[in-house]
Design a protein around this ligand. Structure first.
Ligand SMILES: Cc1cc2nc3c(=O)[nH]c(=O)nc-3n(C[C@H](O)[C@H](O)[C@H](O)COP(=O)(O)O)c2cc1C
Length: 230
């Protein structure tokens, strides 16, 4: 039986992570839209700028840890990870597309989670347990609107979500280059980010298999003829 993806906090805690060095850029604008939607839905939501917390790459943990087995990189990643990431019910990553991948700092954010779940960290079991069972959403800003430009990123987040038992609930892409471009994207990605936030804990992630026992209807509201495929 699969564990239920239930928020642990009431109201649910949502951490929106903005991962461009441009503080007022396009991915930041998408992140703000998401934040507005999450607050509007009554969630306990916070938007953070990743560069405020992180200054360096992952190193070799065998040589980097101090006598208490703690990471010795002198920045605020530890605070971010322990006080904001682990307690969150949902993690929302907002990144520009850079060379068909995520931004370098977001990649480093993921890399450095390793330091806390590696066997050499005395609390790794607790941290690994608390890192799982969250909802995840992805906000992308990019110059190119072709779908294939974002495939590798979506695949990466999908695989990470599978590995961490996260529920990957959606992707919003805003097209733009100059600051503010996503605000005039005719597909209204900022509004879409706001709407996605409102449905963050309601989205029905239907990872059915052929032999999954299930009703013929995905939605409760439409369960009029149980068992019918019509
Ligand atoms: C280093 C770098 C690499 C980029 N690579 C891509 C790319 O591969 N595909 C794309 O569509 N846009 C690419 N862009 C454009 C940005 O994704 C785009 O300008 C985005 O809106 C910037 O978001 P920001 O304002 O949040 O930084 C790149 C920009 C930079 C600075």
């Amino acid at each position: 039986m699969q564990k239920a993806y239930k928020p642990q906090n009431n109201p649910p805690r949502v951490l929106v992570v903005a991962a461009s060095p441009r503080r007022d850029g396009n991915s930041w604008r998408l992140a703000e839209g998401f934040l507005e939607g999450a607050l509007g839905a009554g969630h306990n939501a916070e938007l953070i700028f990743l560069s405020d917390y992180m200054k360096d790459f992952l190193r070799d943990c065998r040589t980097c840890r101090d006598r208490d087995f703690r990471c010795t990189i002198k920045d605020d990643y530890r605070t971010l990870f322990l006080e904001k990431v682990l307690p969150a019910d949902a993690l929302v990553f907002s990144t520009p597309i850079w060379w068909y991948g995520i931004s370098g700092i977001l990649k480093t954010f993921f890399d450095r989670m390793f330091c806390y779940v590696a066997f050499s960290e005395p609390n790794s079991n607790e941290y690994a347990e608390r890192l799982q069972w969250k909802r995840v959403a992805l906000l992308l800003s990019a110059e190119e609107s072709n779908f294939s430009a974002r495939l590798a990123i979506v695949h990466q987040i999908q695989e990470m979500s599978r590995y961490l038992n996260h529920t990957f609930v959606g992707v919003i892409t805003g097209i733009g280059n100059r600051r503010g471009d996503v605000g005039v994207d005719p597909l209204h990605p900022v509004d879409e980010a706001r709407k996605l936030a409102g449905r963050l804990f309601d989205i029905n992630a239907t990872d059915y298999k052929l032999d999954t026992e299930r009703s013929a209807s995905v939605w409760e509201e439409n369960k009029v003829f149980p068992g019918s495929w019509g």
